[in-house]
Ligand binder design. Structure first.
Ligand code: KG4
Ligand code: ZN
Length: 340
């Protein structure tokens, strides 16, 4: 029988410093996440240079804690996985350089991982029997993709945003109604008290049959609505704005995801990324999925936001294919899905 494979994974692409130990791509032995959100909240968004400096300060203890909690030593690790893109370049470089140093010193293989691929792979941890093919809707603060996952590490991008990411739209709208950063969870909560049909916000529709997304229209529509109400000196019902905005976003995400399943004859759709925690998105997709005979899968919230366990899972599937990265691997802030 093959020996178990242990991956030590490191993730520093944005504002979470995270390290994890993952067994055979599916079992999380530890997943330490040190969030900087409390620092960036003051600025209303992530400040790249502050993020890099905070990663530098905590990465050593985060990695040590991950090994300790997993009860393994560096010698027992089979490979070191690390996010090398996409993300903030200065933030990526901290984790990447740390991982390269560890790999060099310990003579372990280094595996560069695409952050988006990591988000998709969170589903392999949550759903132990899940294997490609399936459709995946990746919705985070920086990305919005519909992907046909043909095999481990093999992706076809079916649709993507032409402007803002879904999470970015949540954050901007939240700021405009005074909810603060990060706005997604706050809108999700407030929307529960509002009427989703109170205000009709636009849904972007492309005439070229594309399954792309655009969220800048709905974001501007919210801002225009707030301005208009302000000029008329009428009181804004924030819960109605949150619920109506959320419905506009969730409707297009769900529509395009279901259309992709039909196109690819897929009977499974997984969601991934920070916005995959959204309660309305989960509920609507499940309802539509039941109607169309499509199984809807999602990771638990801790695996939806940025974390190193998902990177460890993606790294494992690369490792068993023999895809080892060179030690001169550089950070790629605009790394595309499927690109190496
Ligand atoms: O995946 P993630 O942690 O970081 C990126 O890779 O971008 O996603 C963070 C994004 C933020 O925009 C946040 O507002 C959004 O995910 N988010 C949510 C929810 N929880 C987090 N958006 C909507 N509803 C939520 N419950
Ligand atoms: Zn992310």
């Amino acid at each position: 029988m093959n020996k178990d494979k242990l991956i030590l994974a490191i993730e520093t692409s944005c504002d979470e410093t995270s390290a994890a130990v993952v067994k055979n791509g599916r079992e999380v032995l530890s997943n330490i996440i040190s969030s900087q959100i409390y620092i960036h909240t003051k600025f209303g968004g992530v400040v790249p240079e502050v993020a890099s400096r905070k990663h530098i300060e905590v990465i050593n203890e985060v990695v040590e804690e991950a090994l300790e909690k997993a009860g393994v030593t560096l010698e027992e690790i089979d490979a070191i996985g690390v996010t090398y893109g996409p993300g903030l370049v200065g933030a990526l470089l901290v984790g990447l350089q740390y991982a390269k140093g560890l790999a060099f010193a310990s003579k372990k293989p280094l595996i560069g991982v695409n952050h988006i691929e990591g988000h998709i792979s969170a589903n392999f941890i949550e759903h132990k029997d899940l294997n490609p093919p399936f459709v995946c809707l990746v919705v985070s603060g920086g990305h919005t993709f519909i992907v046909h996952v043909k095999d481990h590490g093999e992706y076809e991008v079916i649709g993507q945003t032409r402007d803002d990411a879904a999470g970015e739209a949540y954050d901007k709208v939240a700021r405009s109604i005074g909810l603060g950063y990060p706005g997604g969870p706050k809108i999700d909560k407030l929307a529960k008290e509002g009427n989703e049909n109170a205000i009709k916000f636009p849904r972007a529709n492309f005439h070229d049959n594309s399954l792309d997304f655009s969220f800048s229209g709905v974001k501007s529509a919210v801002l225009n609505y707030l301005n208009k109400m302000n000029m008329k000196e009428e009181e804004v019902n924030k819960a109605d704005v949150a619920a109506s905005f959320q419905k506009a976003v969730v409707d297009v995400l769900t529509d395009n995801a279901i259309k992709t399943c039909k196109m690819k004859k897929a009977d499974k759709i997984a969601i991934a990324g920070g916005v995959a925690s959204n309660s309305a998105l989960r509920r609507t997709l499940i309802e539509e999925g039941q109607r169309k005979g499509i199984e809807v899968l999602f990771p638990s919230p801790i695996l939806c936001t940025d974390n190193a366990a998902m990177i460890g899972s993606a790294a494992y599937f690369e490792f068993i294919k023999g895809n080892i990265s060179p030690l001169n691997l550089n950070a790629k802030p605009n790394l595309k899905l499927g690109e190496r």
